[in-house]
Design a protein around this ligand. Structure first.
Ligand SMILES: [Fe+2]
Length: 299
């Protein structure tokens, strides 16, 4: 099984204060920001016109996740798949495509109420640029969203069975890590009823551990609250998180060493089932010495 969708192209953010949000990306990462025709702010990170667009909205959160197919054939196939599943979608007008700097896109609402867009042919405006600014950015890898317990099953079913994302692993009945590429996850859904935290974070993958540490040090220097470094148990990502000003509880993650799943056929999907210290270790393998002891004694 293989999804027509191959990567995460962009994220649209709703920010209470787009100028402040943009300044954060400029100051911390030296990314380039430009203002669009309708007041939106584009943030350029690499060869593409932008990877982040910031919109003003008093309710901060993820306005849309922008997924990408690689060609027109898969773009049409995606529409067919949605048609067959009875999912209605909007076909982007010429003006809307221009706003997103893509050749074509469709948008729809997923079962958890989040807006997803699927585009093809995003504009490349810096063909020779691997990444802008102080970090060596490899790619925009994933978004992590909260869903309610009532939404979780239908949402997972939609991404897994309709859009054909692969599940990499599950955690109890409340977290799913799904992918549309060889990356361990491109979309993680976490069951949570926490108010104001529908959008949890998005993540850029960086080339080296140095990039993670550079982020940590720069954040400290700028007095930006920073969480980490820590290392996830399943995807092995070494990362730091920073809150994004204007975005409520929303974070950005800068991560290195994200697990690649190269042999799809033989990847064993498991459902992790534990709590307490083992869960703490799952979230950060460096912060649960008791679990480490258990491992050693069971060898
Ligand atoms: Fe993450």
């Amino acid at each position: 099984m293989s999804s027509t969708i191959k990567k995460l192209a962009y994220v649209h953010l709703n920010s209470k204060n787009p100028q402040e949000t943009a300044r954060f990306f400029e100051d911390l990462f030296d990314w380039e920001t430009t203002e669009g025709e309708n007041g939106q702010i584009y943030v350029a990170v690499d060869k593409y016109h932008h990877r982040i667009t910031i919109y003003q909205n008093d309710e901060p959160g993820l306005r849309a996740a922008g997924w990408q197919v690689l060609n027109k054939r898969d773009f049409l196939k995606t529409q067919k798949v949605l048609d067959e599943a009875g999912v209605s979608y909007h076909v982007g007008t010429e003006a809307e495509c221009e706003e997103r700097k893509v050749r074509e896109f469709i948008s729809f609402i997923d079962p958890s109420g989040n807006t997803a867009e699927v585009c093809y042919a995003p504009y490349v405006t810096r063909p020779n640029c691997q990444s802008i600014g102080s970090l060596d950015i490899l790619d925009l890898l994933h978004v992590t969203l909260s869903v309610t317990a009532a939404e979780f099953k239908a949402n997972l079913q939609f991404y897994e069975e309709v859009l054909e994302f692969n599940v990499s692993d599950l955690f109890n009945k409340r977290i799913a890590f799904t992918r549309c590429s060889q990356n361990h996850h491109n979309l993680a859904m976490v069951t949570s009823e926490e108010p104001g935290r529908r959008f949890r974070h998005f993540m850029f993958e960086v080339r080296t551990f140095d990039d993670v540490m550079k982020t940590l040090m720069k954040a400290k220097k700028l007095n930006i609250p920073v969480e980490g470094p820590s290392k996830h148990g399943n995807c092995q990502t070494v990362h730091v998180y920073m809150p994004i000003p204007g975005m409520g509880k929303g974070l950005i993650e800068i991560g290195w060493n994200h697990k690649k799943i190269l042999d799809d056929e033989n990847w064993e999907v498991v459902c992790y089932d534990f709590e307490g210290e083992k869960l703490a270790e799952f979230i950060d393998v460096w912060k649960a010495p008791e679990v480490q002891k258990e491992k050693i004694s069971s060898k």
